[in-house]
Design a protein around this ligand. Structure first.
Ligand code: SF4
Length: 474
């Protein structure tokens, strides 16, 4: 189990055995095993340091021959202070010149990559993640926007999103982001309770969230997401209920409510929570997820899958209904499968048959660029079997259906006979009501939606139950 049990706090059974909405808490308990989130398949923990096998130039040339749109990701890693729960690749500094120097190196990486890419391919998606993208002063963000347009062909309808820390954004940042084409934002809120904020070292009054929303709406951001985390120190269902009210008051288009991943063997700063014995136990976490699910769906948001919710008229919800939803390293996406080219430390790129991840430290990343090489540290070349299973898993995660004819067409072979063993292994999930037989396949039921990845795991040839390698299902 991932969750420490130093201070078990179990709610009265009757509180949790009456499922709010369509959540079946007993089923969630039964299937709450550690597992991947399938932002990629195979998951990133299977990448290896044998980068020679990636044959990078050949893989990019092959990707050019296949053509199609491109998605760009820029990892901007700097933060002024560390939030104790953080699981991202960050560099903590207050030295502003770091941004300008990093951008010089990003320019070198873009130049190296752009030289190998077919310039005619349109960029349909851009994402600035971090770290804190607005650690970069407005003029440096403008320089980044100019570099993107210098090296790539950005489509007129490009979906351009940016992660926003409401504590570290000004209206000038928002104006600069709008000028370079950003039109979507994702706000890290996590929890609005000052006690929790103190415990996680992230003081963020709700007035800062409201102000960020006002600026973003005033400057044309058409879709705004809010991230929440449940399972943080000192959180209770009561305190989280107040956070949910605060957040719904902002009127976001999308909501993500993530389970806190306690991985102190990878992120030592999280040890402070164990020392203080402040983490809620698994039953309290489940109660908070159930509460969020109930309140968000009651407020009219659609359960997209896993921990994502969207307004019914938001592009994500529309794509989900139309069967055109996709999934990538940023989570659910409306854009058709695009090749992903990523820049900056620790970022991951993908083509049809490769994943490649950059060096995770500034020093190693810069050293590779100094040597004129793509700064790739590890990766994976996918076999045809990996690619077929990736297609199946992504369609389950996005369509909530196992459509035999559609999958046979997508993988180029008869799905039912090829995956007979995996289909047989779904019997218990069908008996428990996570899936139901329909004409031509199986459909995920509303009870099964929060457990989508449990269904997907049945088609994962790499999956082993290793609690220390993955986050819990809830
Ligand atoms: S601001 Fe975000 S990336 Fe930076 S330390 Fe906090 S959680 Fe991590």
């Amino acid at each position: 189990m991932l969750w420490p049990f130093h201070r078990p706090m179990i709610l009265p059974t009757e509180t949790l055995s009456a499922p709010p909405g369509l959540l079946d808490l007993d089923l969630i308990r039964k299937y709450s095993v550690a597992g991947p989130r399938y932002t990629s398949y195979p998951p990133a923990n299977h990448f290896t340091a044998e980068t020679a096998t990636l044959a990078l130039d050949e893989a990019i040339a092959e990707d050019n021959r296949a053509g199609g749109p491109i998605s760009l990701y820029f990892h901007l890693p700097f933060c002024e202070t560390r939030c104790w729960y953080c699981g991202c690749h960050t560099v903590i500094t207050r030295r502003r010149a770091s941004a300008s120097e990093y951008l010089d190196d990003l320019a070198r990486e873009m130049r190296l990559t752009a030289a190998k890419l077919d310039r005619a391919r349109p960029v349909t998606q851009i994402h600035l993640g971090g770290g804190t993208p607005t650690f970069f002063p407005p003029d440096e963000l403008r320089r980044l926007g100019a570099l993107i347009r210098e090296h790539f062909t950005v489509a007129a309808d490009c979906e351009f999103s940016v992660e926003i820390d409401p504590r570290r954004v000004t209206e000038e940042h928002v104006i600069a982001l709008q000028e370079i084409g950003a039109n979507r934002a994702s706000l890290g809120v996590q929890d609005t309770d000052p006690r929790v904020q103190l415990a996680i070292h992230r003081f963020q009054p709700n007035s800062q969230n409201i102000r960020a929303f006002e600026w973003l709406r005033a400057h044309g951001f058409t879709s705004i997401n809010v991230d929440l985390i449940y399972g943080l120190p000192l959180q209770t269902p009561d305190s989280f209920a107040r956070t949910i009210v605060d957040v719904l008051g902002l009127g976001p288009d999308r909501l993500s409510v993530f389970s806190y991943a306690h991985i102190p063997w990878i992120k030592p700063s999280q040890r402070i929570f164990e020392d203080r014995e402040q983490l809620p136990g698994p039953e309290l976490k489940l109660a908070m997820f159930a509460l969020a699910h109930e309140k968000f769906t009651a407020a009219g948001y659609v359960d997209i899958g896993l921990d994502h919710f969207a307004r019914p008229d938001d592009a994500l919800a529309i794509a989900q209904r139309a069967g055109t939803l996709h999934r990538n390293f940023q989570g659910y996406s409306t854009r058709a499968d695009a090749s992903l080219y990523s820049f900056g430390i620790s970022s991951i790129s993908s083509t049809a048959d490769t994943y490649r991840q950059n060096h995770k430290t500034l020093e190693e990343w810069r050293a590779a660029l100094d040597a004129g090489q793509l700064p790739v540290e590890r990766g994976m070349r996918l076999t045809p079997e990996d690619q077929a299973r990736r297609t199946i898993i992504m369609r389950i995660m996005c369509d909530r259906r196992i459509d035999f004819a559609k999958l046979s067409k997508l993988i180029g072979t008869d799905f039912v006979s090829m995956y007979a063993g995996e289909l047989a292994s779904l019997a218990e999930l069908i008996a428990d009501g996570l899936l139901t037989p329909v004409d031509g396949g199986l459909e995920v039921t509303p009870r099964g939606v929060p457990l989508l990845r449990v269904i997907a795991m049945k088609f994962d040839a790499y999956f082993v139950t290793a609690a220390r390698r993955h986050a819990q299902t809830i």
